[in-house]
Design a protein. Structure first.
Length: 237
């Protein structure tokens, strides 16, 4: 019985080793390439791949090579969903509110709209207030423009992407000004957008500049936290 259990563990280790041969930039691998990377006999690899194919962790391409199957993606999605990113984002927003005394929020793109995932409101009685989870247009508002700049290749959006921020003055609400920056990984792929917003009457140019500097710093901090948790931008959005 002990021998059987040891054999089962070894088989799992070998199967995982095959999955780990697929690296970024190597979408498809030939049998010979997998054999070279793992040091396993081709007959052993074929036997293990047969099981991995059955459970959709590897699929064979029309050219006879191999690529990762859909269940690898599903496991990755389940892992990402199991992480409570609120514990990462909310302290960042709280710190932005502390330093700017205005409302801070984190937005992501949801289809053709933007969604406010998390928000910490200004302690002031007169403030910009929205509920978490609300869906808003992508083409108005600071976070909308930032998110759209990574999707739409219009010249105006390219400029926003290049400058790395956007400031809106009364676009969606005539009484509100907002500053937003993207949260990016090391490949400049976007996780979402951080923003600070307040009433135009008091959120003047000097305060918006202060908020921008705080946002740039905190966006880098948040990106590092997200990457360290194994998260990556959802390129399908």
């Amino acid at each position: 019985m002990m021998t059987k259990n040891n054999n089962l563990v070894e088989s799992v280790q070998r199967a995982l080793s095959i999955l780990e041969t697929f690296k970024e930039g190597e979408v498809e691998l030939s049998l010979a390439s997998i054999a070279s990377k793992t040091g396993y006999y081709k007959s052993t690899i074929l036997r293990l791949i047969g099981t991995l194919e059955h459970f959709s962790y590897i699929q064979r391409t029309s050219s006879g090579n191999y690529r990762l199957g859909k269940n690898v993606f599903q496991l990755g999605t389940l892992y990402r969903n199991s992480l409570d990113i609120e514990q990462l984002v909310r302290p960042i927003l709280q710190e932005l509110v502390r330093t700017t005394n205005e409302t801070a929020a984190y937005y992501v793109r949801s289809g053709t709209k933007r969604q406010c995932l998390y928000r910490v409101n200004s302690p002031r009685s007169a403030r910009h207030h929205l509920e978490e989870g609300v869906l808003l247009p992508l083409d108005v508002g600071a976070t909308g423009h930032v998110l759209l700049s990574f999707l739409d290749k219009k010249e105006s959006n390219k400029k926003i992407k290049e400058q790395g921020f956007y400031i809106s003055l009364g676009e969606r609400d005539p009484d509100v000004a907002a500053v937003a920056v993207p949260v990016l990984d090391s490949d400049d792929q976007i996780f979402g957008a951080l923003s600070v917003s307040g009433l135009i009457s008091r959120f003047d140019a000097a305060k918006r500049e202060l908020a921008l500097q705080e946002l740039i710093s905190k966006s880098k901090e948040l990106a590092k936290l997200l990457v360290n948790e194994g998260l990556s931008p959802d390129l399908s959005l």
